[in-house]
Design a protein around this ligand. Structure first.
Ligand SMILES: Nc1ncnc2c1ncn2[C@@H]1O[C@H](COP(=O)(O)OP(=O)(O)OP(=O)(O)O)[C@@H](O)[C@H]1O
Length: 345
C-alpha cells in the first residue's frame, strides 16, 4: 500500500468511527435516561414541627411522577422547597447532580411550577396576564407573542384570551395558571393539585394537557394529587407521602405488589352491627378492616375457606349479608393498607 492509499485508508477509518460514534451517541441518547432532579434527605420544620421529614425523591428525564398523599402530608411544602420558594431546614435539592439551593436561578430556567393557588390578576385579561408573566421570563415582542399563543392553544383557551380573568370559571383560571408556567418552555413541570374543585370539562382538559406535555412533548412531570385515579392514569412512578415522609415509592405495579399476597373483600349488610365487624377483624385471614354505614371493607389473605366462616359469623350475629365482592387490590387499597386511612379522609 503506497503512502497516499494509506493516508486515505486511515482518514476513512476515522470518518467511519466518527459516524459510528455519532450513531452510538444518538442510540445512547434515546436509550439513556438521565436523572435530572433529586432531593436528598429534605426536611422542613415550621414552628418546631417537622412537616417534611427526610424526603428522598428523584426524577428521570421524561418521566411522569406522581406525589400522592392526604391533606397535610407535606406535598406542597416539598414542592415549594424543590422550586426554591421555601428554604429547607436541612437536606439538599440537586439538578443534574449540582445543589441548587445556592443557585436557584439555574433551576428556575428549566422548571415550571403550577401552584395550588391561582396566581393571576383578576382585572387583566388572560392574554395580559400571560404577557405579564412572559416579561418576567424576559420574553419580548414576537417571541413573547408566539409563546403566549402556543400556551393558550395548549390549554384550549385561545378564543377566550381577551376576557378578564374575573369572568373565567375556576377550571379556566387553572388552565391559564398552567399556561403561565409553560411560557419559558421548561424541561420539568411541577403541578400542585391542578384539578381540585373544578368542572369536569376543565379537569379532562388539564389531564389531557398533562398527558400531551409528558408523552408527546417529552416534559418531565411531577403531578401532585389526592385523586388516586388521576395519578394511576398519568404517572409512570408514584411516591406516597404521609405525615411528612415518603412511606412507599415505585412503579404502579411495584406498589400494587405490596399487597400481592392479599385480596380485597367487601361485604354489604342489611343492618349495621359493630359486634359483627369486631368479630370479623379477629379472623385469622383478615389483615385490615374498615366499616362505613352498611359496607365493610377488608384486606384478606389469599386463602380459601374465609367466606363460609364469614357467613357463619353473620348467622351468629343475626346479620343479613346482601352482597360480597372479592377483587385484586388497587393503588387506593395499597394506600389504605399503608396509612390505615383513605386518601380523602
Ligand atoms: N407556612 C407554614 N407555616 C406553618 N405550617 C405550615 C406552613 N405551610 C404548611 N404548613 C403545615 O405543614 C403541613 C404540611 O402541609 P402541606 O401543605 O405541605 O401538605 P399537603 O400534603 O400539600 O396538603 P394539601 O393537600 O392540603 O395541600 C401541614 O400541617 C400544614 O399546616
Amino acid at each position: 500500500m503506497n503512502s497516499n492509499k494509506m493516508t486515505f485508508f486511515i482518514i476513512k477509518i476515522c470518518i467511519d468511527v466518527a459516524i459510528m460514534d455519532e450513531r452510538m451517541m444518538i442510540w445512547f441518547e434515546e436509550e439513556w435516561v438521565e436523572m435530572i432532579l433529586e432531593t436528598v434527605d429534605l426536611k422542613k420544620e415550621f414552628n418546631g414541627k417537622l412537616v417534611v421529614d427526610g424526603v428522598n425523591l428523584y426524577l428521570n428525564e421524561g418521566e411522569s411522577v406522581g406525589l400522592l398523599g392526604p391533606n397535610g402530608a407535606g406535598k406542597s411544602t416539598t414542592i415549594s422547597m424543590i422550586s426554591s420558594l421555601v428554604k429547607p431546614t436541612s437536606g439538599d435539592v440537586r439538578l443534574s447532580g449540582n445543589s441548587i439551593l445556592k443557585h436557584p436561578a439555574e433551576l428556575r430556567r428549566v422548571l415550571g411550577v403550577v401552584p395550588q393557588e391561582i396566581a393571576l390578576y383578576e382585572d387583566l385579561t388572560a392574554y395580559e396576564n400571560l404577557k405579564f408573566f412572559g416579561r418576567i421570563y424576559k420574553l419580548r415582542s414576537k417571541a413573547l407573542e408566539n409563546r403566549i399563543q402556543g400556551a393558550l392553544e395548549l390549554v384550549g383557551l385561545q378564543d377566550r384570551q381577551k376576557e378578564q380573568i374575573k369572568h373565567y370559571s375556576g377550571g379556566m383560571k387553572r388552565r391559564i395558571n398552567i399556561a403561565a408556567a409553560l411560557l419559558h418552555e421548561p424541561k420539568i413541570v411541577i403541578m400542585d393539585e391542578p384539578t381540585v374543585g373544578i368542572d369536569p370539562q376543565s379537569r379532562n382538559h388539564i389531564l389531557e394537557t398533562v398527558r400531551l406535555l409528558n408523552r408527546e412533548k417529552g416534559l418531565t412531570v411531577v403531578y401532585t394529587s389526592h385523586y388516586m385515579e388521576e395519578v394511576e392514569n398519568l404517572c409512570d412512578r408514584v411516591y406516597i407521602m404521609d405525615d411528612g415522609k415518603v412511606i412507599a415509592s415505585g412503579t404502579k405495579d411495584e406498589l400494587k405488589n405490596i399487597l400481592a399476597g392479599e385480596e380485597m373483600l367487601t361485604i354489604e349488610v342489611e343492618q349495621e352491627n359493630q359486634s359483627f365487624v369486631e368479630h370479623l377483624g379477629k379472623l385469622e385471614s383478615v389483615q385490615q378492616i374498615s366499616a362505613q354505614d352498611k359496607k365493610i371493607k377488608m384486606i384478606v389473605s389469599k386463602k380459601t375457606g374465609l367466606l363460609p366462616q364469614i357467613f357463619q359469623l353473620a348467622e351468629q350475629e343475626h346479620v343479613t349479608i346482601l352482597h360480597t365482592q372479592l377483587y385484586t387490590p388497587s393503588l387506593e387499597d395499597v394506600f389504605l393498607h399503608l396509612t390505615g386511612r383513605k386518601l380523602r379522609d
